[in-house]
Write a protein that binds this ligand. Structure first.
Ligand code: ATP
Ligand code: MG
Length: 551
């Protein structure tokens, strides 16, 4: 197995350059970073990019990285998500420093900061309705206008803000706004909202608060309170940076974090937004957040993606300042190369038909063997399997009327049974509906492990002995959406073939008690599920095929 390396790659990029500059000037000798998910859903592969960057970079520079649950919005947040987030980060291979932090732990401090700004004349309580506020805000080409409530005295603002806090007002009646500049070319600086009234129970603070801080206000100040030196966030917050800096500058805190933006990950044929993923779950289009088709870390874990492959993928895609779509094939490539080393080989037949060897005595059987890890030079472990006269082979490995270039079994041809003898097809039988039922062959008893002399072998096929095989359910996957740019579309088309269930596959007996991932020879990499199918059978998920998909 590969040694776990959770350091960020040494590839240079603008975030590294910024950190190194700040270290060189002595501005931030000790690097502190954070990963700040909102506990309103499960983490997805986009979050993995952010996790690898924050945890990886801080570790690289001998610094710290905190986990801070950004829980300022009581709607939709809950402890189940918090626990899943923690478990997913650990599964990915990272550890946060100290105890997890919660923005809600800072509600008291944030409230005091808000009063500080009111006292300095830098925040005011506003009564405009949301629609009025939009009108007053102006547009990208026209300056906004000052709210009629902008010039209240600090004392009056304080009284109203305290009333808001003590629950005397209905939702939407008042908001607290920063007093910055309604003519600023940056819309985010036009007196943004800092607090709104929400009479909602918070999963941690219960009914203690009925006013909740906004992201812009709380995020910058929590970063400052946590002593964060470099606060990485995605590109859409670039225009929020002046506001981030404004809060840090006007509130008295000991630290001045630096916000640096990078492009979000978009992965082809899937969506990376908790809102959209939630919709998929709610509509029943996938089973749940851990459905193996989901781009969530839960889904990828269940599907059998090795965490090291996800880390390598995040490393390989690098960081940029412009949005782009990364091909799912790149992630699958990393998964495949890891499993190629670590997954033991085994044979399984997904769509079985019988192959009877007419010149092999029915009462006879023999043990054959092959390497378990053919690509691991340090391992000479072998796996054994039984050879008898009655086998299962893949329906697609026999053809009644073989097309040109068909490299498998047909009447009059020899093929090699993988790890075993060569067999020659003599004839076949069919069911009443005309489907092939049994293929009849004779075998060459001198062909085991040697190149046959005097006849041509049309390929190698996999098989399992009928009496040792056992039936399981295998699920094959394709990308969730048909469109490559699904993440940018409001209604992408669900791929009708995103999951195909094969309910009577015949597997090698060693897979009965199996856990973990395997290469089913010629078919791909598969992972055992911990649950059973509705028919009571063990389930295997195809993690990835052996070859990259052709577009
Ligand atoms: P979503 O739209 O999925 O809800 P979010 O940004 O609102 O995403 P958060 O829980 O707030 O989700 O994100 C935590 C961190 O993960 C943030 O720093 C965010 O920038 C980062 N992040 C989220 N999605 C991506 C992505 N697709 N690529 C890179 N980083 C991401
Ligand atoms: Mg968010």
């Amino acid at each position: 197995m590969s040694k776990r390396n959770t350091n960020c790659s040494i590839k240079s990029h603008f975030i590294r350059t910024a950190i190194e500059e700040d270290k060189a000037t002595g501005l931030t000798p000790h690097i502190v970073m954070r990963f700040p998910p909102e506990p309103n859903g499960y983490l997805h592969i986009g979050h993995a990019k952010s996790i690898c960057l924050n945890f990886g970079l801080s570790k690289n520079y001998g610094g710290k990285c905190y986990l801070r649950l950004d829980d300022t919005n009581p709607t939709g947040e809950n402890i189940t998500y918090v626990e899943a987030i923690k478990a997913n980060i650990k599964w990915l291979g990272f550890e946060w420093d100290n105890e997890p932090r919660y923005t809600s732990d800072y509600f008291g401090k944030l409230y005091a900061f808000a009063e500080q700004l009111i006292e300095k004349g830098l925040a005011f309580v506003c009564e405009l309705t949301p629609a009025q506020m939009r009108d007053y805000r102006g547009s990208l080409t026209a300056a906004g206008s000052n709210s009629p409530w902008r010039d209240r005295s600090s004392a009056e603002n304080l009284t109203l803000f305290r009333e808001m806090k003590s629950g005397q007002h209905a939702e939407g009646r008042y908001v607290l706004r920063a007093k910055i500049d309604m003519a600023s070319p940056n819309m985010n600086m036009r007196d943004p909202v800092m607090y709104r009234i929400l009479h909602q129970n918070h999963y941690r603070t219960g009914d203690e608060w009925c006013i909740y801080p906004t992201y812009d206000f709380s995020h910058s100040l929590c970063d400052a309170l946590d002593g964060v030196t470099h606060s990485l966030c995605s590109l859409e917050f670039e225009d929020h940076r002046p506001l981030y800096d404004w809060f840090v500058q006007h509130v008295h805190t000991a630290h001045n974090p630096r916000q640096i933006e990078f492009a979000r990950l978009h992965l082809s044929h899937t969506v990376l937004s908790k809102r959209k993923l939630k919709k998929l779950v709610a509509s029943g289009k996938v089973c749940d957040w851990s459905d193996p088709r989901m781009p969530t870390l839960e889904g990828m874990k269940r599907r059998g993606y090795p965490p090291v492959a996800i880390r390598r993928f995040c490393d390989a895609i690098g960081v940029a300042k412009t949005d782009s779509i990364v091909d799912l094939a790149l992630l699958e490539h990393e998964v495949r190369s890891e499993l190629n080393k670590s997954a033991p080989r085994v044979m399984a037949v997904l769509d079985p038909i019988r192959l009877v060897i007419t010149n092999y005595p029915p009462e006879q059987e023999e043990e054959l063997s092959m390497p378990k890890y053919p690509n691991e030079c340090n391992s000479n472990e072998r796996r054994s399997f039984t050879f008898t006269h009655d086998l299962y082979i893949e329906r697609s490995d026999f053809h009644r009327d073989p097309p040109a270039k068909y490299k498998r079994l047909a009447v009059g041809r020899w093929v090699r049974l993988r790890g075993g003898y060569t067999v020659h097809c003599d004839d076949y039988t069919t069911d009443d509906d005309g489907r092939v039922r049994e293929v009849h062959c004779h075998y060459d008893p001198h062909s085991l492990g040697v190149k046959p002399d005097g006849y041509k072998v049309h390929g190698v096929i996999h098989w399992v002995a009928k009496h040792t095989a056992w039936s399981a359910e295998v699920r094959l996957y394709e990308p969730l959406f048909l469109e490559e740019d699904a993440d940018f579309l409001s209604e992408p088309t669900l791929n009708p073939h995103s999951m195909r269930i094969l309910s009577d596959c015949q597997l090698d007996p060693s897979l009965k008690e199996a856990q973990g991932s395997f290469q089913f020879e010629r078919l791909g990499y598969f992972c055992a599920d911990s649950g059973l199918s509705s028919g009571g059978k063990k389930i295997f998920h195809r993690i990835v095929a052996l070859q990259a998909r052709t577009k």
